[in-house]
Design a protein around this ligand. Sequence first.
Ligand code: 5RP
Length: 248
Amino acid sequence: PSAGCPEDWRAIHAFCWYLDGERRNLLPTIDRKWALMDQNFLKQQVADAAIERVAAHPDDLLVLGIGTGSTAECFIRGLERLKHRIDTTVSSSERSSDLLSEMGFSVSDLNTVPRVDIYVDGADETNDALQLIKGGGAALTREKIIAAVAERFICIADESKRVATLGAFPLPVEVVPMSRSHVARQLVKLGGQPVWREGVTTDNGNLILDVYGLNIDAPLEIERYINDMTGVVCNGLFAMRPADELLS
Ligand code: 5RP
């Protein structure tokens, strides 16, 4: 089948239930494709909603902060129509900067811009207080820096990322390479199971530990506690600086 939208897949799914035996075995494949297409569809929807928010900003020319990940990429591709309103951009990764440059946007060093009007980025998990886990794409440190500067941080994370308590998604922690084992031992003492994301070097030349099984019922305290570990550059909890708005 060459269906192009989730509604098509739903129709095919329903039709398959009328088929018998062998052909019904197609369903697991169809279900996987359907779930993926549904999520891509949701990502596009939240990205489109963010484009509308940017369009509604009262200023004519904006300095836009742009994050990293597949949802952020949907947003970047949709920005084409607002090109005349974007003075310059700052981005949280080489990957997003490259895409922005390819599309003809100016990309600036954060140190050279007077302000960031709006920062738009995705997340791996969100809670009701708009606190986040980020860093699935290893860009957490630059993301946190731009979020700190931004006047408004709009998080675009579809509803599948929403949880009551943060922590089902492993918490990314960026560490200076020589401190990897030391920090991992401290994280074990905190109750987590750190796993080195082997083969990944961040844009800042550091490593990532993904921490499974942490009990994050006090996000502010955990964020500060992990930041204080010697060798930690940054952790993926966005509790001290949550999003200002969540589009989901
Ligand atoms: C990158 C991030 C991303 O925002 C997060 O991983 C979500 O990515 P995606 O939109 O692909 O689901 O924090 O470091």
